[in-house]
Ligand binder design. Structure first.
Ligand SMILES: *Cc1c(COP(=O)(O)O)cnc(C)c1O
Length: 368
C-alpha cells in the first residue's frame, strides 16, 4: 500500500467480505442477513459498502434515517431498505423511494397508514417494532390488540416483519435479561400472529446477538459492527478484521525546550526537551478533545506517540521524543493491530463512537 500523503481512511473491502462470510457461517442457511449501514456504514462509506454487500447478495439493508435510505437508492441499491427511525415528515419520501419504515408507536402507525392511503398503496411493507426491555422505541406487549385492529382496518400497509432489539447482547453478566427479552419477543410473536392470522418475519439480533444467542436468530439477523470487523469481545474480535484504517502524515517536527508550552491554552508544559510532531487530524475529523493531554495516541514507525496538549480542530501534536521519524512519515491512528476499539477505550468510549465520528472531509480510499 502506498504511504499516506494526507489523512485518509482506508477501507478494505476484502475484509468486509470475510467478515460477512464469517457472520453468515453462524446462521442457519434459511436465516436472512440484514446489513446495518446507518451513519455512513459506521463512518466508512454507505454507498460503497452497500454496493459491495449487494453484490454478495445480502438480503436487506437498514439505515437509521430516511435521508440515509434515499442516498442508498440514489447509489443504485435495489435490495429492501428498512428505515429504523423514520419521522412522519418523510413518509411520502419513504414511499416514493420504496423504503420500508419501522413502525414503533400508535402515532407513527396512524400517520403512515394515512400517507399510504393518500398515495394509493396496497400492502405496503412495514416493520412493527416491539419494546422488550431496551425502552427506547417500540410497542409494548399490551398494545398488540390495538396494533392488530388498526392493521386489520386497512389494506394499504402490511407487516413484512416484527422485530425487537436486545439491550445488552454483548454482556455475559446480563445474559438472564437477554433471555427474558427473547422470551418476551416469542410471546409477542405468537400473540401477534394469532390475532393477525399469519406470521410475519421475526428478527431481534444485532452482531453480539448473532454470536451469543443462536436461539434468537429467528428469520433474519441485523449486523452492523461485525461487518466492520468488531465483535465486542476479545474472542470474537479474533475471527473478524477491522475494515477501516485511519492514517495520516507528519506535517512538521518541533523541538520544545524545557518550560515552553504546546498548543491552545498552553495545556502542555515541557519539563524537559521534547520533540513533537504535528499531524493534520483534529476534532473536526473525529478525534475529540477527550483524546488530548496524554490520553489518546497514534503510532509512528511502530511506536506509540501520545497526544500532547489539547486536540485542535484540524491538528494534533504528538510526543515523538523517543521515536526516530521525520517530516512526511506515515502516522497510524488506528488499524488492524492498534484498533479503533483500543483507541476508543482510552477515553472509556467504544469502537462505534470513534468510527462513526470520522468526518466526511477525511478522504476514503478503497482496497478491493
Ligand atoms: C444499530 C442497530 C443494529 C446493529 O447493531 P450492531 O451492534 O452494530 O450489530 C441492529 N439493530 C438496530 C435496531 C440498530 O439500531
Amino acid at each position: 500500500m502506498p504511504k499516506a500523503q494526507e489523512t485518509i481512511l482506508e477501507i478494505d473491502l476484502n475484509a468486509l467480505t470475510q467478515n460477512y462470510k464469517h457472520l453468515k457461517s453462524k446462521l442457519d442457511k434459511n436465516t436472512k442477513f440484514l446489513a446495518v449501514v446507518k451513519a455512513f456504514a459506521y463512518g466508512t462509506d454507505a454507498a460503497e459498502i452497500a454496493k459491495h454487500l449487494q453484490n454478495l447478495n445480502v438480503d436487506y439493508f437498514a439505515v437509521a434515517f430516511t435521508n440515509e435510505g434515499v442516498a442508498l437508492r440514489d447509489a443504485g441499491i435495489t435490495k429492501p431498505i428498512l428505515v429504523l427511525h423514520p419521522q412522519p415528515v418523510y413518509f411520502k419520501t419513504i414511499i416514493a423511494r420504496c423504503l420500508e419504515p419501522s413502525i414503533y408507536s400508535h402515532k407513527i402507525l396512524k400517520e403512515f397508514i394515512e400517507v399510504a392511503n393518500e398515495e394509493k398503496q396496497s400492502n405496503y411493507p412495514i416493520h412493527i417494532k416491539f419494546n422488550t426491555g431496551l425502552n427506547r422505541l417500540g410497542f409494548n406487549i399490551e398494545e398488540i390488540g390495538t396494533v392488530v385492529s388498526n392493521l386489520q382496518n386497512t389494506t394499504s400497509v402490511k407487516p413484512a416483519s416484527i422485530f425487537s432489539h436486545l439491550a445488552a447482547s454483548e454482556d455475559f453478566n446480563e445474559k438472564e435479561f437477554s433471555l427474558k427479552q427473547i422470551e418476551t419477543f416469542n410471546k409477542i410473536a405468537s400473540a401477534f400472529s394469532a390475532k393477525l392470522g399469519y406470521q410475519p418475519m421475526m428478527h431481534m439480533c444485532n452482531t453480539s446477538g448473532i454470536l451469543n444467542f443462536p436461539e434468537a436468530h429467528f428469520n433474519m439477523v441485523r449486523s452492523g459492527i461485525g461487518l466492520y470487523g468488531y465483535g465486542n469481545s476479545e474472542k470474537e474480535n479474533k475471527n473478524l478484521k477491522p475494515i477501516a484504517t485511519l492514517k495520516s502524515i507528519i506535517s512538521q517536527i518541533h523541538t520544545i525546550e524545557k518550560g515552553e508550552t504546546i498548543g491552545y491554552n498552553r495545556a502542555f508544559k515541557a519539563e524537559k526537551t521534547t520533540k513533537t510532531a504535528t499531524i493534520p487530524i483534529g476534532h473536526a475529523d473525529g478525534i475529540g478533545r477527550q483524546y488530548g493531554n496524554g490520553i489518546g495516541y497514534v503510532s509512528i514507525n511502530g511506536k506509540k506517540a501520545p497526544i500532547v496538549g489539547n486536540v485542535c480542530m484540524d491538528m494534533i501534536m504528538v510526543d515523538i521524543t523517543d521515536i526516530i521519524c521525520e517530516e512526511g512519515d506515515e502516522v497510524i491512528v488506528f488499524d488492524t493491530n492498534q484498533t479503533a476499539e483500543t483507541l476508543a477505550n482510552t477515553t472509556k468510549s467504544i469502537s462505534y463512537e470513534l468510527l462513526t465520528a470520522i468526518s466526511q472531509r477525511v478522504k476514503r480510499v478503497f482496497h478491493r
